[in-house]
Design a protein around this ligand. Structure first.
Ligand SMILES: [Zn+2]
Ligand SMILES: [Zn+2]
Length: 173
């Protein structure tokens, strides 16, 4: 497969291209399966690019190329033609890398949005829990306070009864 980082431009595919790519004049690249499916049939002379819908003439605008060609492939070509070919190739690369960068940025943005959504949901739940906990503590405090009052009341009644009956109990039988 080599170290070629190009990915199939069919959105759901994005498979590493490997050694052979289908390339269009509109600067899109496709894996063997998608290239064959879209450009391989003999029927139509023109085909809409599966990535951008631009019409490509199969004969002149679509190429099924070897991405690992012999390093002497440009030998013998006039320099102007070799340079023109190199410039076109660089254009495709620049476009593909730019597209990947944008795709990465969009994915990053989506991920960031998801993270902030999860974070705010988490904060909401945490707030609710905190409020619930606080109300339980308040309720508990109120209960404890009531409990304390009742206890005091009983103690005072007890004290009163004790002192009342105490006066009797200390009296000689
Ligand atoms: Zn594909
Ligand atoms: Zn295209």
């Amino acid at each position: 497969m080599g170290d070629n980082p190009l990915l199939c431009n069919v959105g759901q595919c994005r498979r590493p291209i490997g050694d052979r790519a289908w390339v269009t004049r509109c600067l899109h690249v496709f894996c063997s399966d998608h290239g064959m499916a879209h450009f391989g049939s003999e029927n139509a002379a023109q085909v809409a690019c599966p990535a951008c819908n631009e019409i490509n003439v199969k004969e002149t605008d679509v190429v099924h190329c070897d991405l690992n060609p012999h390093d002497m492939i440009l030998f013998g070509l006039p320099p102007q033609k070799a340079i023109r070919m190199a410039v076109k190739s660089l254009k495709l690369w620049w476009y593909q890398m730019e597209q990947e960068r944008e795709f990465g940025a969009a994915r990053y943005e989506k991920l960031n949005k998801k993270i902030s959504e999860v974070k705010s949901a988490y904060e909401r739940v945490l707030n609710q829990l905190e409020m619930k906990l606080q109300s339980e503590i308040d309720g508990n405090n109120k209960y404890r306070h009531r409990h304390k009052c009742i206890k005091h009341m009983f103690i005072s009644i007890g004290d009163f009864l004790l002192s009342f009956f105490g006066t009797f109990s200390v009296s000689p039988l």
